[in-house]
Write a protein that binds this ligand. Structure first.
Ligand SMILES: [Zn+2]
Length: 204
């Protein structure tokens, strides 16, 4: 670790909130919404909420780049598009902490290395399990795959519903949001973008 990293690491440890403190915060929110945190049905709720948060936001304890470290070089020169469709996305918006639910489609064009297929879904999940905007999530996945695999290019498309829009606020329950992000050869070549979009929009 460099000195800068050690300082940042120590600062993080000091900032770290204990589970007990976090549970108290949930009790306060229960009171705020008009509930009685002492009634039987709610006694264990703060503990369960924090456990659920640990899952929803597990991305903060992961480094997505680690999933891209183990690669396979022996692919006999395969250098066309690898596409993984319909990867489920469970995230939370950073503005309301409301669920963002949808699917991601991920593609890359290898230069010399390919990665195990399950790892693409792991990269999606580790960025999704944080507070996000859909735009940033889309870019982060594409950039990680692009750089981590030294790929010729990467493409990511996400189609998701934001519960802060569907269950509150403007209440548009059928609204979905689509974001696309392209790097490298995809960015420079509209026909590659078109191929990707055609594949992901094809029915099975
Ligand atoms: Zn929101």
């Amino acid at each position: 670790m460099t000195n800068k990293n050690v300082t940042e690491f120590k600062a993080k440890l000091e900032e770290k909130i204990s589970k007990e403190e976090a549970k108290k915060a949930i009790q306060i929110i229960l009171k705020y919404i008009g509930e009685n945190p002492s009634r039987e049905g709610l006694l264990e709720t703060p503990k369960r909420v924090i456990k659920a948060f640990d899952e929803y936001f597990s991305g903060y304890t992961e480094d997505p780049h680690e999933y891209l470290e183990k690669t396979f070089g022996d692919v006999e020169g395969y250098d066309d598009m690898v596409i993984q469709k319909n990867i489920s996305v469970q995230s939370h918006c950073e503005h309301h902490m409301a669920p963002i639910l949808g699917i991601a489609h991920v593609a890359y064009i290898p230069s010399e290395k390919v990665v195990g297929l399950s790892k693409l879904a792991r990269v999606v999940a580790s960025y999704a399990r944080r507070l996000q905007t859909q735009e940033r999530l889309t870019m982060q996945i594409a950039n990680a795959i692009s750089k981590g695999l030294k790929a010729q290019g990467a493409a990511v498309s996400i189609d998701a519903t934001h519960q802060c829009m569907t269950t509150r606020g403007v209440m548009k329950e059928n609204a979905t949001t689509i974001t696309n992000y392209f790097t490298g050869s995809f960015r420079d070549n509209p026909s590659l973008q078109q191929r990707f979009l055609t594949y992901i929009n094809q029915q099975k």
